[in-house]
Design a protein around this ligand. Sequence first.
Ligand SMILES: [Zn+2]
Length: 89
Amino acid sequence: MLYIKCPHCGLRSQNEFAYGGDASVKRPELNKEISDQEWDEFVYLRKSPRGKHLELWHHVSGCRQWIKVLRDTSTHEIFNTYKSEEKVG
Ligand SMILES: [Zn+2]
């Protein structure tokens, strides 16, 4: 079982969270013309990296905030967590 440190609530069980996907995906700019292929890639295509990965998690059974989690996908080690609006270098 994972324990995730919510930046708002503190250390909590993974059972309180829902995985939300890749946090590094950027939505295309509003009102910018993009091709169908670019839109398709934004909506559907995701990488499945092995190693450190920045992910979105939703604290469903807690503060109900979205957070970012820097986690190793092969060992499940969590290096850091961030508020959703924080820039992660
Ligand atoms: Zn929380």
